[in-house]
Design a protein around this ligand. Structure first.
Ligand code: NDP
Length: 269
């Protein structure tokens, strides 16, 4: 029989590292599967998914700009996908399209397990209120920080997220300029780094550890700012590998070892 087929769907998609990551996971765990890139037209996401299902596809990862479309298309949602309001992992089963979101748990695993930075009892600052920020809120609150503050350029969006998750822990909203006190962990979930821009937060907010969801060749301006003010810093490459491992587990029921795959990707940057 032919190996099971998976894809990562996005637009653009050529840059995606997911096929390399999943090929390594498959080789390591002895799972027989193929994993390709699928470029969908910006208005053609659901058609692309339906075509792939008809061809026998078993699952998909979903990236920019389709995570909301995937959320709408799913016939069943996991609690973490519901909370995130977005879907990055689809699993096709008979007539059902299961939607999951592994981004948040991927980031928390990268910080808590890989970087060894516990969140329990800590003050955590989350910069940004877009899709990436929303997806990590519940997994952060599950770690029981003493407080989570969401700060965003457009403060009303931070306030919306804070009220949405108010029942799950101590959570507050702010703009960048008015932030008070130091935070043990500062997470940049804005897309500012893409434009070499820095959210204008007071230097006094920077505590022991800072994380930028962005990854690439160089340290971002945010990572430079945070390390200048004494923080240990980490980029989002580990989040990328961990969200993939969690998706692999959803599809295959097997947990790959992420450390060697992370090391290979890091060396290739
Ligand atoms: P969205 O477009 O949904 O949200 C963008 C956010 O960034 C908003 O809060 C926006 O503020 C803020 N922002 C944009 N530009 C600036 C700026 N110049 N200064 C300050 N704030 C700014 O993007 P996503 O949430 O989907 O993605 C955010 C980042 O996370 C991206 O860089 C993406 O690459 C990264 N990411 C990494 C992953 C990984 O696996 N490592 C996974 C998912 C995302 P406002 O509301 O005021 O417009």
């Amino acid at each position: 029989t032919a190996p099971d087929r998976y894809v990562v769907i996005g637009n653009p998609i050529a840059h995606s590292k997911s096929p390399e990551i999943h090929a390594r996971f498959a080789a390591q765990t002895g799972q027989r599967l193929v994993y390709d890139r699928l470029l969908a037209p910006v208005d053609g996401f659901s058609q692309a998914v339906r075509d792939f299902i008809r061809e026998g596809g078993k699952g998909a990862n979903v990236t920019v700009p389709f995570k909301l479309d995937a959320h709408a298309l799913a016939t069943e949602l996991t609690p973490r996908a519901k909370a995130a309001g977005a879907v990055n992992t689809l699993k096709f089963d008979a007539d059902a399209i299961l939607g999951d979101n592994t981004d948040g748990v991927g980031m928390v695993t990268d910080i808590v397990t890989n970087a060894g930075v516990a969140m329990r009892g800590k003050r955590v600052l989350l910069l940004g209120a877009g899709g990436a920020a929303r997806g990590v809120i519940l997994p952060i609150l599950d770690e029981q920080p003493s407080e989570l503050v969401i700060a965003n350029r457009t403060e009303s969006k931070a306030a919306e997220l804070a009220s949405l998750f108010a029942g799950h822990g101590d959570i507050a909203a702010s703009n960048f300029e008015m932030l008070q006190g130091q935070f043990d962990i500062v997470i940049n979930a804005t897309s500012a780094s893409l434009a070499d821009d820095l959210p204008p937060i007071p230097a006094s907010t920077i505590g022991a550890f800072a994380y930028d969801m962005m990854y690439g060749k160089e340290p971002t301006v945010f990572m430079h700012f945070a390390s200048t003010h004494g923080a240990a810093v980490r980029d989002g490459l580990g989040m990328l590998v961990e969200q993939a491992a969690e998706a692999f587990f959803v599809w295959r029921g097997v947990r790959p070892d992420t450390a060697p795959v992370y090391a290979e990707l890091r060396a290739a940057l």
